[in-house]
Design a protein around this ligand. Structure first.
Ligand code: GLN
Length: 473
């Protein structure tokens, strides 16, 4: 297998044994980008010379002693960063034309931590502008394509991160998940993606979409790699008052634990009309696999599910309209008429739901519904350890299929947005292929129980090994 398709764990093994160098690994990814990214458009900006310089630095450290991996667990690993992550001296556009020339003077906390852990930053990945979208088609720079089928979307809004990793352009990529954006590209690209608990990972330096929903997650090939990346990036940050001080664990140490007798629920409200038959069948197949592994499966209820999308699409645009107000043409340059159609739609909607006379009827009411949805999850977790659900109601759809129908597009995250409304963590893991296209399931857990999601995800991954299936590109 080509080295750009290695998992992080395998790559670190190879670097330690000197089977290849960090420079070779980095060059292999950069070469891959040169070869195929014209077809995919996963990267908006490539930082080639700095990546090469950093790879040489990593090699010097490794040559000195392989002990270097103790303090730098991602040493020499080439990664892509979603373009919503602020990067010092490296262009950051949020997928939006209005800040097309923005060069930030500082690093986001997560970026700083990844750099300190020795990761090599290859560049910035394409995304729906400001994180608004489910397909990547709302990028002001043009859509990213799915490496498993170039006519299909890779899922959004972290579309470039999903496509880049699935096609071997990097070994890990970052994302943000406000309503689905880590999990959906992971599901549509046969990858593992974590939406952590709200507050688990610092939001400092991530261009804000909806501040009470935004979470920072990572997309990886395996559950182990994801656990490693979370350990490196999670934790309290004085620059983000909503970041939690709950201790960060050695998440990878939970992966060998068996899931026998664990109680796994599946919400009955998610298996209703509107879900593709083939996706439903795939989901019932995954239930059988979990039963075979000894887990106890049980139907549970999240009674306010039908209000979740309405609640999300009132609260999120309200916060979006406030957050996007800072791009006023003065602070960052660019003119407000450069906002794309989806950003304009959300600014108008949010301004309306927050305005005098409508605030009580919309914003306040939705905030109350949010509490009910959160309680649904808390009650369910009194009965079961985790829940599982299909990640998306459909297989990766065709580019252009939903772009003119925002409601249809919003519904592609109908199983995911409720998780963000409640603030709980969820992990997408690959659950197979339908018509040659990847699909995934999500494992949803109680607040700050990421280790449990990894434990369950790893058991399923070891049994199925879908991650080994690569696209033909
Ligand atoms: N698709 C959802 C939206 O458009 C979620 C996006 C996200 O998680 N950033 O709001």
């Amino acid at each position: 297998m080509e080295i750009y398709y290695l998992t992080i764990k395998e790559a670190i093994g190879g670097l330690k044994k000197k089977s290849f160098s960090a420079l070779e690994l980095t060059k292999a990814c950069l070469q891959r980008i040169k070869l195929i990214d014209k077809k995919l458009f996963a990267f908006l900006t490539i930082d080639e010379s700095r990546a090469i310089e950093k790879a040489k630095e990593a090699d010097r450290l490794i040559r000195k002693s392989t002990e270097a991996f103790r303090t730098k667990p991602l040493l020499g690993i080439p990664i892509g960063l979603k373009d919503l992550f602020t990067t010092k001296d490296l262009r950051t556009t949020a997928g939006a034309k209005i800040i097309k020339d923005y060069i930030p003077p500082f690093d986001a906390t997560v970026v700083r931590k990844l750099k300190e852990a020795g990761a090599i930053i290859l560049g910035k990945t394409n995304e729906d502008a400001w994180g608004h979208g489910s397909s990547g088609e709302n990028s002001d720079y043009g859509p990213t394509r799915n490496p498993y089928n170039l006519d299909r979307v890779p899922g959004g809004s972290s579309s470039g991160s999903g496509a880049a990793l699935a096609s071997g352009e990097c070994l890990m990529a970052t994302g943000t998940d406000t309503g689905s954006s880590v999990r959906l590209p992971a599901a549509f690209c046969n990858l593992v993606g974590l939406k952590p608990t709200y507050g688990r990972v610092s939001r400092y330096g991530i261009i804000a979409m909806a501040s009470s929903f935004d979470t920072i997650g990572h997309i990886t090939r395996t559950v182990y790699d994801n656990a490693l990346a979370l350990e490196v990036t999670a934790g309290n940050d004085p620059y983000d008052a909503t970041s939690s001080s709950i201790p960060v664990l050695n998440y990878a140490s939970f992966l060998e634990k068996k899931i026998k007798s664990l109680k796994i629920g599946f919400p009955k409200e998610y298996l209703v009309e509107g879900i593709d038959k083939s996706v439903e069948e795939n989901f019932y197949d995954t239930i059988k696999i979990f039963e075979k592994l000894g887990a106890k499966l049980k139907k549970v209820s999240l009674p306010h599910t039908e209000y979740a999308m309405a609640c999300y699409y009132i609260l999120v645009p309200s916060e979006v309209s406030s957050n996007l107000a800072r791009f006023d043409g003065i602070r960052y340059g660019g003119e407000r008429n450069l906002f794309g159609a989806e950003a304009k739609r959300r600014i108008m909607l949010g301004t309306y739901t927050l305005s005098a006379g409508y605030y009580d009827a919309y914003y306040l009411k939705a905030a109350k519904v949010r509490r009910l949805i959160k309680q649904d999850f808390e009650r369910a977790f009194a009965e079961v350890d985790v829940m599982i659900a299909p990640s998306s109601p459909s297989i990766p759809f065709k580019i252009g299929e939903k772009i003119d129908n925002p409601l249809q597009m919003y519904l592609s995250d109908v199983f995911m947005c409720p998780v963000n409304v409640a603030g709980v963590p969820a992990l997408n893991i690959p659950s197979g292929f339908i018509e040659g296209l990847p699909v995934g399931i999500q494992i949803i857990g109680p607040h700050f129980k990421e280790e449990l999601l990894y434990q369950v995800g790893s058991a399923f991954e070891q049994e199925t090994k879908f991650y080994q299936i690569k696209p033909e590109i």
